[in-house]
Design a protein around this ligand. Structure first.
Ligand code: NAI
Ligand code: MG
Length: 334
């Protein structure tokens, strides 16, 4: 049967970079059927809702989503749509791979790191965020469960095995956050012991940040809790040339959402300036998720070669071309 994909173009630069991905996936001849759905500001204007029921239905039915960045209106009592989607579909694993490509503004050449971030618990569990009546004291609750740690750390080791990766680094702050990070580390080590074929170590998060900048080649797979993973994965994006180069996948038991990790870039929206690489690499992740490894590799190499050639890249990559010319350069390589 034909694989149907829910396509959420999103806001700002979203529609143009997602269109680039749809053109390229069509050219790759994956046999996908694309079902468009709205979310974010685009949906709010059309339907009065940020996340319409029809969009949730489409995700539930198709189980695979490619999504552009969404603008969550600020200060109007709206909760983040991305957080809502992660909760609604229990997308507990956030996969953020970074690879260095020649021709980007990166100072490293040999980076190939995947950060696996727990996506639903920890400081972002949304529990007990309070501010005292006098505005003096703010408080938030972090919650970690054994089951949650088991799921994410097992995911990391299984991925390492499947992708032939050598090492898993478990990142924490158990020296200070004795209960939450302490539980993470204890359970993570128990899981690691079940994978003797894969090297593992643990590292405190602040040291990890320093080590990533000084000597990133020592890292392969990083697994960590929600807040640390959020920060570390952006740091990793910086190592390979910025957010425009970094894709993300949100994976749960039933559904998976693939996305660009950057925002809707209102400053360059509608000007044919956006770099589509992030959402294109998210498409590579999606093809891998659907066990279409050959197509995934083909697309990754086409992106890599187009960036290395450098004659038709976008401004953030040091080029002078627009989204459509850069897309064309990739299409020609397929
Ligand atoms: P942003 O990522 O949209 O932009 C930051 C800077 O990076 C801007 O200068 C922008 O022009 C540049 N940039 C981002 N993506 C680019 C690309 N593909 N090519 C070239 N340059 C690019 O972050 P900002 O400005 O903080 O947020 C703007 C909006 O995006 C906000 O409404 C925010 O809520 C939303 N947002 C949505 C996310 C999502 O849906 N996953 C993630 C982050 C922000
Ligand atoms: Mg983030």
């Amino acid at each position: 049967t034909q694989q149907r994909i829910t396509i959420i173009p999103g806001d700002g630069i979203g529609p143009s970079i997602v269109e680039s991905a749809v053109q390229i996936l069509t050219k790759l001849d994956c046999g996908f059927e694309f079902e468009y759905a709205d979310a974010g500001l685009a949906a709010l204007e059309k339907t009065g809702e940020l996340l319409p029921a029809a969009t949730l239905e489409s995700i539930k039915k198709n189980k695979v989503v490619l999504k552009g960045p969404l603008t969550t209106p600020v200060g109007e009592g709206f909760t983040s749509i991305n957080v809502t989607l992660r909760k609604q579909f229990s997308l507990y694993a956030n996969l953020r791979p970074v690879i260095s490509f020649k021709g980007t503004q990166s100072r490293y050449e040999d980076i190939d790191i995947i950060t696996i971030r727990e996506n639903t618990q920890g400081m972002y569990s949304g529990l007990g965020q309070t501010l005292s009546d006098d505005g003096e004291t703010a408080q938030a609750t972090s919650q970690i469960t054994q089951q949650g740690v088991k799921a994410i750390v097992t995911f990391a080791f299984e991925l390492a095995r499947k992708e032939g990766r050598k090492k898993v680094t478990m990142v924490h702050k158990a020296n200070i956050l004795k209960s939450t990070s302490g539980l993470f580390l204890k359970v993570a080590k128990e899981i690691a012991a079940q994978y003797p074929d894969i090297e593992s170590n643990d590292m405190i998060v602040d040291n990890t940040c320093m080590q990533l900048v000084m000597n990133p080649a020592q890292f392969d797979v990083i697994v960590t809790t929600n807040l640390f993973g959020d920060i570390i994965s952006d740091l990793c994006a910086g190592l390979v040339g910025g957010l425009g180069m970094a894709p993300g996948a949100n994976i749960g038991q039933d559904c998976a959402i693939f996305e660009a990790v950057h925002g809707s870039a209102p400053d360059i929206a509608g000007k044919n300036l956006a770099n589509p690489t992030s959402v294109l690499l998210a498409s590579v992740q999606m093809l891998e998720h659907l066990s279409m490894k050959n197509k995934a590799d083909k697309l990754r190499f086409a992106i890599r070669d187009a960036i290395a050639a450098g004659d038709r890249t976008t401004r953030d990559l040091g080029g002078e071309s627009g989204t459509s010319e850069f897309t064309q350069a990739i299409l020609e390589r397929l």
